[in-house]
Design a protein around this ligand. Structure first.
Ligand code: PHE
Length: 351
């Protein structure tokens, strides 16, 4: 091995011993840097006679090429090692089980409301939505409640710490019945020009599902609950129509023909006469018991007047039912509070 071969061997060993790219650059400087050993050799050429200069110069250049190749090889190995280490550190075990994202589903009450909307929709009923914070006039006065009616009392109705333009406290609507008034008023306004021109007003046929509030809380009452109002006003709409429509609804909602419907006399300020609607199934777990499912009645003439309509020309009925209760009956749930606890073990059963 001549001195040049020895130098290549020394450089290669030095490079291979460098554990990091930074140390490799230091090792490079020792051989190829300004005062490195190869550079020193090149400087030594100056002292040689011309004929030796040429061969020695060529040899040193070749040596330089070999050292550079050794340097490059080491650089690549270090870069490779670094990449391997990084891959190891960021290793992803694709065989691990994933973090399952549970599938959600509609709340049983939402499902029930959608069902009610679809069934009444198929019978030509519009679906309306309205404010949950109501005026005293909408919740009570327009619905023919006397000034001192107990429904207005603090024990039944939640009040909001704000007054309307007449100085009356706003309330969290205790029923969806104000939607009768809002919807019928808008309907009457919309068709007023046609009616003035001698045309008949189209019938009002609407349901209004939504949240309602009362100061009440036990296994069958929740301070927030749901109602669905129904209103059908025309020139000649009667209790007979109500019975047909409601029976049809029950048939479709509970998917059975095996039930009876009964109208039990009752009282509401906004209807006269008024009736509770009870149903009794002929079979199934609830068979033979009368279950109260809705309040109803022929809309009181005072209320029709508050709709902005002439009670001599317009007659009809209204009903109000509880989607929460309908859901409980349909799914066999015995405690209303389960509906609003947000317990996934309960809710997941309705996915
Ligand atoms: N609003 C009544 C209630 O909350 C239900 C009802 C609606 C009764 C429409 C008759 C007509 O109890």
């Amino acid at each position: 091995m001549n001195d040049l071969d020895q130098l290549v061997a020394a450089a290669t060993a030095d490079f291979d011993a460098a554990p990091t790219p930074a140390e490799l650059e230091n090792a490079k400087a020792r051989f190829l840097g300004k005062s490195g050993r190869v550079t020193e050799l090149l400087k030594g050429l100056a002292a040689l006679p011309p004929e030796q200069k040429k061969t020695r110069g060529a040899e040193i250049n070749q040596l330089k090429g070999r050292i550079e190749a050794a340097l490059q090889a080491r650089r690549e190995r270090l870069a490779d090692a670094e990449l391997q280490a990084q891959l190891q550190a960021e290793a992803l075990d694709v065989t691990l089980p994933g973090r399952g994202r549970g599938t959600g589903g509609l709340h049983p009450v939402s499902r029930t409301i959608e069902r009610i909307e679809a069934i009444f929709g198929s019978m030509g009923f519009d679906v309306a939505d309205g404010p949950e914070i109501e005026t005293d006039w909408m919740s009570f006065t327009a619905l023919n409640n006397p000034e001192n009616h107990p429904a207005r009392s603090m024990q039944d109705t939640f009040y909001v710490d704000l007054k309307d333009e007449h100085g009356a406290w706003l309330n969290l609507r205790p029923h969806t019945s104000p939607m009768q008034v809002r919807y019928a008023q808008a309907h009457a306004r919309k068709h007023a020009p046609a009616v003035a021109a001698g045309q008949a007003m189209p019938e009002i046929r609407v349901i209004a599902p939504g949240r309602t509030y009362r100061v009440d809380s036990d296994a069958t009452h929740s301070p927030m609950f749901h109602q669905c109002e129904g209103l059908w006003i025309g020139e000649n709409v009667s209790f007979k129509d109500l019975k047909v429509v409601f029976s049809d609804f029950v048939r479709q909602f509970f998917e059975t023909d095996d039930f009876d419907v009964r109208f039990r006399p009752s009282f509401f300020p906004f209807t006269e006469p008024s009736a509770e609607i009870d149903i009794a199934f002929g079979s199934g777990p609830l068979a033979g018991r009368w279950l109260e499912v809705a309040g109803s009645g022929q809309v009181h003439p005072n209320v029709v007047r508050n709709f902005g309509l002439d009670p001599q020309a317009h007659i009809g009925f209204a009903f109000g039912m509880g989607p929460d209760r309908l859901a409980m009956l349909r799914y066999g749930i015995d405690d209303l509070r389960l509906m609003f606890d947000g317990d996934l073990r309960f809710l997941a059963q309705f996915r």
